[in-house]
Design a protein around this ligand. Sequence first.
Ligand code: AMP
Length: 220
Amino acid sequence: MRIILMGPPGAGKGTQAKRLVDQFGVVHLSSGDIFRAEKASGSELGKTLAQYMDAGKLVPDDVVVSVMASAVTKNSSGPGLLLDGFPRTVPQAESLDKQLAAAGKPLDGVMVIAASDQLIVDRITGRRSCPKCGAVYHVTNIPPKKAGICDVCGTALVHRTDDTEATVRQRLNAYKQQTEPVIAYYRTRPNVRIIEVDGNRATDEVTKALAAGMQSLAGR
Ligand code: AMP
């Protein structure tokens, strides 16, 4: 099963993807997580990525495709793939489709989490995450037991450098201009189902709706 999880930044893709991985045993591939790890390594590629990420801009397609193609290759023969944050532009989607078709493992569906702009700004500016295990919290909605410390592994939580209000607005613009057309692109593909889920709800309710979507994609 190969599925893309889409939605504006802060719609809850990362949190939801982690829950779906536990439930369905698929591999979660988050371009943002892969890029942040590269950035943290201090490599030349990481420095290039940081220039775009810290400004809330999309990384150029050729860079994204080269990094993500190898991550997809490594994982495409497993039980399933849940892509999060990639593809984010139509050229990226075209390149992914070619790669999956060549591997004989085409895409099954796209699940879109919709959320209002205000909700997104509130969620993102309050978001804190664990740099070690990737657990995600929110200062008021999902606070850790001990302020600033990860419940899972005890590491100090961080506020991502691209989680400020100005950057969020920039990222929302990028989503509307460059990523929404990807949904339109997949609507034209006869074998790809699009499932839309209302993300303006409690996390558990969104998980239930997404899990139902995964079940129906798995059983098709
Ligand atoms: P995310 O954690 O998915 O919000 O990604 C964080 C940042 O990484 C984005 O704001 C972009 O700068 C960059 N990024 C992640 N995935 C992509 C992608 N598929 N295309 C372009 N830039 C990306």
